[in-house]
Design a protein around this ligand. Structure first.
Ligand code: PBG
Length: 328
């Protein structure tokens, strides 16, 4: 049947793969992917993380190898998490110049620091014996201001070891200002801060706590990380405060369940916005795929495109190396 008038036919632009490719509004590029990596002190072999198939707690050697592979694939950056051999109440290993993060970051900077950005997560939960992200008061609450001093010391130790971006993830009030002041005071005016600004208290972090051995030994993180159902505008407030305190880029975390927040942040600021596709997002896809319930590769790409489309300039993802290699 011929229409009496021209019919709108959006399908014309979808008919062939080259056509779809040409008109695509969202593209992924390896350079915007950031690989989170775990290094553990005093282990002889890389340790597979049960709830994150394909992800490992690395030895210093296997970390270097995996970082080379990421660089080879064109991944834009990596962010390092360390698990020390000894933990204590104040997270002493976090700012020990000989601590695992500091040693490993020096390796990585000398290996791949010219081709990809070597970043460090700055927090205490991997280093404290109680698993909280800060110093505790006698009542077992996280003491905001006492924790800031520890973050500042850890950030300086990381920068001295060569870290090229400091990424504070603890959600203490004033953490960006404290770290900026300490970095500047130690001659690291040029080291940027990527602030985990809108970080929600999320059940999607479950597998990470196995990976980084940092599950809180009592209680939860609800008193410092944001509430998923929290006040409207809270994320933007956190982002603005971090920018006022000197953050160079901001992050929304987790990603897929917070795409609305990501879009709001992208529209509100003029700095790069990162999104963290977290451990639980990874684990869900891998588990469903292992059961043959979903098409793993397509789900990975679709979720990354969604995060990009919602406004992420950078995406932290455990699939960074694999996806970058595919995109090249
Ligand atoms: C805290 C930190 C966490 C993650 C990154 N940094 C865990 C937490 O807040 O409990 C989670 C990342 C992931 O789930 O992949 N240092």
């Amino acid at each position: 049947m011929t229409a009496q008038f021209p019919v709108a036919r959006p399908r014309r632009l979808r008919r062939t793969a080259p056509m779809r490719r040409m008109v695509a509004g969202t593209r992924l590029h390896p350079a915007e992917l950031v690989l989170p990596m775990f290094v553990k002190e005093d282990i002889g072999q890389p340790n597979p993380i049960g709830s994150m198939p394909g992800v490992f707690q690395h030895t210093r050697d296997s970390l270097r190898k995996a970082a080379h592979e990421a660089a080879e694939a064109g991944v834009g950056g990596l962010i390092l998490f360390g698990i020390p051999a000894v933990k204590d109440g104040r997270g002493s290993a976090a700012d020990d110049p000989e601590g695992i993060v500091q040693r490993a970051v020096a390796d990585l900077v000398s290996d791949v620091g010219d081709t990809m950005v070597v970043m460090t997560d700055t927090c205490l939960d991997e280093f404290t014996d109680h698993g909280h992200c800060g110093i505790l008061t006698g009542e077992g609450e996280v003491d905001n201001d006492a924790t800031l001093e520890r973050y500042a010391a850890a950030a300086v130790a990381q920068a001295r070891a060569g870290s090229q971006v400091i990424a504070p993830s603890g959600m203490m009030d004033g953490q960006v200002a404290a770290i900026r002041t300490a970095l500047d005071g130690d001659g690291f005016e040029q080291v940027p801060i990527l602030a985990y600004s809108a970080k929600y208290a999320s059940a999607f972090y479950g597998p990470f706590r196995e990976a980084a051995e940092c599950a809180p030994q009592f209680g939860d993180r609800n008193a410092y990380q944001q509430d998923a159902a929290g006040p409207v505008g809270e994320a933007l407030r956190e982002v603005r405060l971090d920018l006022d305190e000197g953050a160079d880029a901001v992050m929304v975390k987790p990603a897929l369940a917070y795409l609305d927040i990501l879009r709001q942040v992208r529209d509100a600021v003029h700095v790069p916005v990162a999104a963290y596709q977290v451990s639980g997002e990874y684990a869900m896809v891998e588990a469903a795929a292992a059961n043959g319930w979903i098409d793993r590769d397509r789900v990975i790409m679709e979720s990354l495109v969604a995060i990009r489309r919602a406004g992420a300039d950078m995406i932290l993802t455990y699939w960074a190396t694999e996806v970058a290699a595919k995109l090249r």
